[in-house]
Every structure is written in structure tokens, then in C-alpha cells.
Design a protein around this ligand. Structure first.
Ligand SMILES: Cc1cc2nc3c(=O)[nH]c(=O)nc-3n(C[C@H](O)[C@H](O)[C@H](O)COP(=O)(O)OP(=O)(O)OC[C@H]3O[C@@H](n4cnc5c(N)ncnc54)[C@H](O)[C@@H]3O)c2cc1C
Length: 83
């Protein structure tokens, strides 16, 4: 598998229910399953968690260990990838 792209609107519940994530990114799948409640997971996004940057967030460690990178975008600047 080449990799996984998680868009800004992808909720943690969608990650939790993704067969691709469960099969290839087990630690990320497990981390979202233990986050708060189903109602919270239906609302919270993976990107929102990263941007919030709270040290208590469950999803950051698996993203780091899976060597995730970020592609910040805006309407006036070119893309600049971050690891
Ligand atoms: C009661 C409660 C229990 C929780 N329990 C857990 C838990 O057990 N485990 C856990 O890991 N987390 C937990 N959380 C955190 C929660 O799951 C969310 O991660 C957190 O509330 C952030 O919400 P959000 O993803 O909707 O982001 P938002 O609240 O929408 O955004 C967070 C910040 O990121 C910015 N932002 C969001 N998206 C973008 C973007 N695309 N580009 C630029 N900036 C952006 C916003 O402006 C904001 O400053 C809990 C939260 C609550 C309220």
C-alpha cells in the first residue's frame, strides 16, 4: 500500500470504521476507538486533533509512529509539506 491521505473533514469515526485503516494502520484505528464517545468521534476530525496539538490526544502517537506528514494549504500560498 502506497499510503493514506486523510482530508481535513475526515472524522475520527470514519477512521475508526475504515477497513483500510484497520488493516494497514492498526495503531491509528485503535487510538480513535478509545477517544471520548461515539458522539464526539462523529464530530471530531483527525486534522482538528493535530491542529489542537494537545499532548493528551490519543491519535498523535500513532500518526508519528506511522511517519505521517502534513500538507498545509491556503488560498494564497503554495503547498508546503511538513513531517
Ligand atoms: C468531552 C471531550 C472528551 C474528549 N476525549 C478525548 C479522548 O479521549 N481522546 C482524544 O484524543 N481526544 C479527546 N477529545 C478531543 C476531541 O476528540 C477533539 O479532538 C477535539 O475536541 C478537537 O475537535 P475537532 O477535531 O473537531 O477540532 P476543532 O475543535 O474543530 O479544531 C481544533 C483546533 O484546530 C483548528 N483546526 C481544525 N481543523 C483545521 C484545519 N483543517 N486547518 C487549520 N486549523 C484547523 C481549529 O481552528 C481549532 O483551533 C475530547 C474532547 C472533549 C470535548
Amino acid at each position: 500500500m502506497e499510503g493514506l491521505r486523510i482530508g481535513a473533514l475526515v472524522t475520527t469515526r470514519e477512521i475508526e470504521n475504515s477497513e483500510v485503516v484497520q488493516r494497514h494502520y492498526a495503531s491509528l484505528a485503535k487510538s480513535v476507538m478509545v477517544c471520548a464517545s461515539v458522539q464526539m468521534r462523529n464530530r471530531a476530525t483527525v486534522v482538528g486533533k493535530v491542529c489542537r496539538a494537545s499532548p493528551s490526544l490519543d491519535t498523535l502517537a500513532p500518526l508519528i509512529s506511522d511517519r505521517a506528514s502534513i500538507q498545509p494549504r491556503s488560498w494564497y500560498r503554495e503547498d508546503r509539506s511538513r513531517t
